[in-house]
Design a binder for this molecule. Structure first.
Ligand code: GRF
Length: 240
């Protein structure tokens, strides 16, 4: 398989982009970042790309009359740069079919919850507000909905007593970086299989063949004890 030619779309910090750049540099991911495209100027992710010697473009969504024209400009920039796969790494815009049809089944997103729970913005706060005990992150293919596309891989992350949004987000982020690199590596190995929807108008299914795509609490950096550790559960209960 040739290396993946990636276009990475960002809107901000770019820590998932950094994970990609680091994995490529370390030889853990067979890919080249052809372009980092941001819809916002002056974001940290652009500086990360520049430090890695990767081409960057800013296409400001505010300069376009509508989503379709922004998406068409983004497609042109990605094609010009030679990108054939797209990773949304903290890209805070919905994409239209103008964009998605240009890269069919080739747009990958990382989202900080176990989808279909908590789509959209601030998934970590949504998880806290609902009082779930386990959340996590999901790598999925992008369709025209909000975080609704076929799921490729997920990692579970526990919600711990005393977690606030930032503590939980930081613990999920560690897993995001690992999961995204694994999923992209599996794609680079040619493992992605797309099955058509079972019913007309239904959802396509995506499979990464031959690998374990469900990462559990054991790998998630749980701070105290294992699930089922009665002592720890009792202790936590006392403080609640
Ligand atoms: C991550 O939590 C990602 O899952 C979400 O936005 C955040 C982006 O972080 N879509 P970064 O820009 O990659 O640091």
């Amino acid at each position: 398989m040739p290396p993946l030619d990636l276009g990475v779309l960002i809107s901000g910090r770019g820590s998932n982009l950094q994970a990609i750049l680091d994995a490529i540099a370390a030889g853990h991911l067979d890919a080249r970042v052809r372009l980092v495209l941001s819809n916002r100027p002056d974001v940290e992710g652009l500086a990360r790309a520049e430090r890695a010697g990767v081409p960057t473009r800013v296409i400001a969504h505010r300069d376009f009359a509508d989503r379709d024209s922004f998406d068409a400009a983004a497609v042109d920039a990605l094609r010009e740069a030679g990108a054939t796969w797209v990773v949304l790494a903290g890209f805070m815009r919905l994409l239209t079919t103008t964009f998605l049809d240009a890269f069919p089944h080739r747009v990958v997103n990382i989202h900080p919850s176990l989808l279909p729970s908590f789509p959209g913005v601030d998934a970590q706060q949504q998880a806290l507000d609902h009082g779930v005990r386990v959340t996590g992150c999901t790598v999925h293919l992008v369709d025209a909905g909000t975080d609704t596309g076929p799921i490729l891989a997920q990692a579970a992350v526990p919600v711990l007593d005393g977690d606030d949004r930032d503590a939980l987000a930081a613990r999920i982020l560690v897993q995001e970086h690992a999961l995204l690199i694994r999923a992209l590596s599996w794609i680079a190995e040619g493992r992605l299989q797309i099955a058509p929807p079972d019913v007309p108008g239904g959802r396509a299914r995506a499979t990464l063949a031959g690998v374990e795509t469900a990462l559990g609490l054991a790998q998630s950096g749980r701070a105290r004890g294992d699930v089922g550790d009665v002592g720890e559960v009792g202790e936590a209960g006392e403080g609640a």
